[in-house]
Design a protein around this ligand. Structure first.
Ligand SMILES: Nc1ncnc2c1ncn2[C@@H]1O[C@H](COP(=O)(O)OP(=O)(O)OP(=O)(O)O)[C@@H](O)[C@H]1O
Ligand code: SF4
Ligand SMILES: [Mg+2]
Length: 377
């Protein structure tokens, strides 16, 4: 299907649902995500483990395989044509053959572990050149030049081309996967926790390189991680996922300075502060619910310190409360222009609210009653 879009929009995800078949029913891992990705931005996808980040990334990449399946929705990708307004393809409906062509050439993927994509029995140059030849008509010389250019961009010496993966460190291997991802100058790169397996210092350097590469090549990067500190460093805009849904989407500065969703506030309060004198963070009380049975109303309500009656019954719609700031929470029922004052956007103090929250009170009562974990289970 061809369609036109606002030229700034690269991707438009509409009501996407990606579920897993299980013996206990469908695990509704991604369950109604709406999201727009702009050209040339670094978009950080955040949320606790199990909230559906990787499932959403796979949905976007057309990598959904059984037991996962797309229940419904669209993922329109606006490929640029001759630098002007783009042609849309719904990646969900694209035949597998066309999707394979689209991947690498227009959308590339950097996985969590380089081991998953690099063949242990082929030299780096073979792996990079094969990918280039498969998707372009480049001559051997052009392809080799491109390969060395990409190795250089990720800070690797030309000699690395002759090496096998087992001769490389973890950081070098991950750089090779980034070189492979950028080798065809795609418009979009989706990186799913690409540096979590690495040492913190190496992680830092690679993140910086990735940011520079995205700017130099003018590409769009969707960066997936549960690590809020990485988003603070890397992202232009962020999307916070909870229980298969997007709950807040906003520029990174606003997200950290003035989180609108209580869950975002909780995630930020869980970041360890180096030298901040806080040994324990407040964190978020309770556990994430199961995708086999989401809570009714707002899915965060069993853990939310500000829960109201309406939250238990009604799903909060995603509202643009201010330009470029979307939130799905009954605390923010109207756009900013209609609300009484900008102060309405501020949430009460998180630490104080959490200490009063029913989940925390229950834990407190148990502790005071002297019960042990074994007695509770
Ligand atoms: N093969 C599967 N079968 C059933 N459920 C699955 C399967 N894979 C994932 N899930 C469920 O889907 C939900 C979302 O998983 P997903 O891997 O997308 O989360 P995530 O946000 O990427 O987590 P993490 O930060 O740990 O990588 C989880 O509740 C998970 O248990
Ligand atoms: S809708 Fe209600 S329960 Fe959900 S996050 Fe907002 S205040 Fe909390
Ligand atoms: Mg994941």
């Amino acid at each position: 299907m061809n369609a036109q879009s606002n030229s700034k929009t690269l991707m438009e995800i509409k009501d996407l649902r990606v579920w897993y078949r299980t013996t206990r029913g469908n695990a509704q891992a991604v369950d109604g995500v709406d999201l727009t990705i702009q050209r040339n931005e670094i978009f950080g996808l955040a949320g606790e483990s199990g909230c559906g980040k990787s499932t959403l990334a796979k949905g976007i990449l057309g990598m959904v395989k059984l037991p996962a399946f797309v229940e419904s929705g669209e993922a329109n990708f606006y490929r640029s044509v001759s630098g002007s307004t783009a042609v849309a393809s719904d990646l969900i409906k694209l035949p597998a053959r066309d999707m394979r062509k689209m991947r690498w050439r227009h959308i590339a993927y950097v996985p969590q572990s380089a081991m998953n994509v690099l063949s242990p029995v082929a030299r780096v140059e073979k792996q990079l050149l094969d990918a280039i030849f498969e998707h372009t008509n480049m001559s051997k010389k052009e392809a080799r030049d491109r390969m060395f250019e990409c190795l250089d961009m990720v800070g690797l010496e030309p000699a690395v081309a002759r090496m096998y993966p087992h001769e490389l460190s973890g950081g070098m291997k991950q750089r090779v996967t980034i070189a492979a991802a950028i080798s065809l100058k795609p418009e979009l790169i989706i990186a799913d926790e690409p540096t979590t397996a690495l040492d913190v210092n190496v992680q830092q350097v690679i993140l910086q390189e990735l940011k520079e590469i995205a700017a130099d090549l003018g590409l769009t990067l969707i960066y997936v991680t549960h690590d809020m500190a990485v988003h603070a460093e890397l992202a232009d805009r962020m999307g916070i996922m909870y229980s298969g849904l997007m709950v807040e989407v906003a520029p990174v500065v606003e997200t950290f300075k003035e989180p609108l969703h209580p869950y975002t506030q909780g995630l930020i309060s869980s970041i360890p502060m180096i030298g901040g004198g806080r040994e324990r963070m407040t964190g978020i009380p309770g556990n994430a619910p199961s995708p086999l049975a989401w809570p009714a109303g707002c899915r965060f309500h069993p853990r939310c310190p500000y829960v109201m009656e309406v939250c238990r019954e009604k799903v909060p719609p995603m509202i643009e409360v201010a330009p470029n700031r979307l939130v799905a929470c009954h605390l923010h029922p109207t756009p900013l222009s209609e609300s009484a004052s900008p102060a309405d956007l501020s949430l009460p103090d998180w630490e104080e609210a959490v200490s009063q929250a029913p989940v925390v009170q229950a834990i407190q009562d148990i502790k005071e009653g002297g019960e042990t974990a074994e007695e509770l289970s």
